[in-house]
Design a protein around this ligand. Structure first.
Ligand code: PRP
Ligand code: GLN
Ligand code: MG
Length: 485
């Protein structure tokens, strides 16, 4: 899951994009890029690392114009180390297009073949985003008529793209001399919101972003979430055009956004991420109550940061004391989205430190939002014991992650998942806990959708059922052979 943002403004846009990217940093730490357009000229700066260290003043000054986009990357295709895959990607025809993408395409092999053998396009990286951009460029080239580019021609091109591309994609592109295009895949797997504000002279300004907190922080009004398959085109003059996709669509957003990826102060598909995490805590509390006698738990503790709302609510529901026993070094990023198991393992110890006073002779229930590779839970259980805990129980606000995630979260192989092919007892012994409680799949579904009209979620990493239906055992085996993280 990467973070993407696009701004159509009435004043220079470089600083606004930078500020928005800082707010989306939790969605990707591998690399970042910004592009702007002024007239027919495209400007672009890309760098590895996080937003704060990536851009210099002279880079920012070189980004001219009042329309632009930005990206923070968490690689799911190709490699985090490859500089050629840092987004935004660029093609020079038609017009000059740059594009950013959050998501992961699942028919990359077919697309590569078609683009090379039929469309005669040269691709120079292993990034699925380069494929997405080239499909867009090709379809745009085909839909342009004699007169200059119209929103309808742009929308026709995206409709054709929807027919060719499979997997997940929320995407923003700049078309030089024309405007900003945004679109969401027909299953709405990855998020994308639209915001609006008026400048001091009453002129329209727009923002499109992965999360609503960017809209709030920039002083915009949230217009709405883009519908599955929907396309938005905003001209450089700030005129908004939208079109629904007339092919088949279904809203099945990624449940992992609510569990871990998104910031709790964002609202996704009309659902507050914070509220869902509270409800996860409530439902998990009921399960804990059924599995561990409550008089055997002295204290409930969160694994900072993401588990805090769930742990707090769990403690309150059970009437147990809530304590913070682990302290976090705020200068270390999120460990799960770091590339490579060695660096992830080392970072957990650097990131979290146990406060012995909270552990000595206590029977503690540790709560995390999820257990994926088990990197965090193994280290944490050991740290709790070293700090003097008498018993260490562990509860996960998400169900067991047993299957690869192929829609934009980097867990492509079963082998790396601690819960794959293991029973709960076996996982408990791997992480070294005295008891382990997982949220039930139905309870997670209810925690996210309760009180809403949402009927479907992508929960594939918990259930093995992939919403796009194109993820075959052969594809998963190929993914395992070609990608390990
Ligand atoms: O089982 P694992 O493979 O270790 O993955 C799961 C852990 O990784 C994430 O934390 P992370 O440190 O990335 O971010 P956070 O500070 O937002 O909780 C998540 O919140 C879990 O704690
Ligand atoms: N996490 C994402 O959204 C990744 C986007 C794209 N697949 C990449 O690897 O760069
Ligand atoms: Mg965590």
């Amino acid at each position: 899951m990467c973070g993407i943002v696009g701004h159509v403004s009435t004043s220079p846009v470089n600083q606004q994009i930078y500020d928005s990217l800082l707010l989306l940093q939790h969605r990707g730490q591998d690399s970042t890029g910004i592009a702007t357009i002024e007239g027919n000229t495209l400007y672009r700066v890309k760098a590895k690392g996080q937003v704060r260290e990536a851009y210099r003043t002279r880079d920012m000054r070189s980004l001219l114009g009042e329309v632009g986009l930005g990206h923070v990357r968490y690689a799911t295709s190709g490699s985090a180390k490859n500089e050629d895959e840092v987004q935004p990607f660029y093609v020079n025809a038609p017009y000059g297009i740059v594009l950013v993408h959050n998501g992961n395409l699942t028919n990359t092999r077919e697309l590569s073949d078609e683009l090379f053998n039929i469309d005669r396009r040269h691709l120079n990286s292993d990034s699925d985003t380069e494929l997405l951009l080239n499909v867009l460029a090709n379809e745009l080239q085909n839909s342009i008529s004699e007169e200059d580019l119209t929103p309808d021609q742009v929308f026709d091109a995206v409709s054709h793209l929807h027919q060719r591309v499979e997997g997940s994609y929320a995407s923003i592109a700049l078309i030089a001399g024309h405007g900003l295009l945004a679109f969401r895949d027909p299953f709405g797997i990855r998020p994308l919101v639209l915001g609006h504000r008026l400048d001091d002279n009453g002129r329209d300004e727009w923002v499109v972003a992965s999360e609503s907190l960017v809209v709030d922080a920039g002083g915009y009004e949230l217009v709405r979430e883009l519908a599955p398959g929907e396309m938005v085109f905003i001209t450089t003059a700030g005129e908004l055009h939208t079109r629904e996709y007339d092919g088949p669509t279904r809203l099945a957003p990624c449940s992992f956004e609510y569990v871990y990826l998104a910031r709790p102060d964002s609202v996704m598909n009309g659902i507050s991420v914070y509220d869902t995490r509270l409800r996860m805590g409530e439902k998990l509390a009921r399960k804990v109550e059924r599995e561990i006698p409550l008089d055997e738990i002295d204290v409930v503790m969160p694994i900072p940061d993401s588990a805090r709302p769930s742990a707090m609510q769990l403690a309150q529901t059970l009437g147990l004391p809530y304590r913070e026993g682990f302290y976090k070094n705020r200068y270390i990023g999120r460990t799960f989205i770091m590339p490579g198991q060695k660096v992830r393992k080392k970072s957990v110890r650097q990131k979290l430190n146990a406060l012995p006073r909270e552990f000595e002779r206590k029977r503690v229930l540790l709560v995390d939002d999820s257990i994926v590779r088990g990197t965090t839970s193994q280290e944490i259980v050991e740290m709790a014991r070293q700090a003097g805990a008498a018993k260490v129980y562990f509860a996960s606000a998400a169900p067991a992650v047993r299957y690869p995630h192929v829609y934009g979260i980097n867990m492509p192989t079963r082998g790396e998942l601690v819960a794959s092919a293991r029973t709960v007892e076996e996982i408990c012994s791997v992480i070294g806990a005295d008891a382990l409680v997982y949220q039930d799949v139905d309870d997670l579904f209810a925690a996210i959708t309760e009180g809403t009209e949402m009927t479907e979620l992508d929960m594939s990493c918990f259930t093995g059922e992939y919403v796009t239906g194109t993820v075959t055992p052969e594809y998963l085996a190929w993914l395992e052979r070609t990608r390990s993280s």
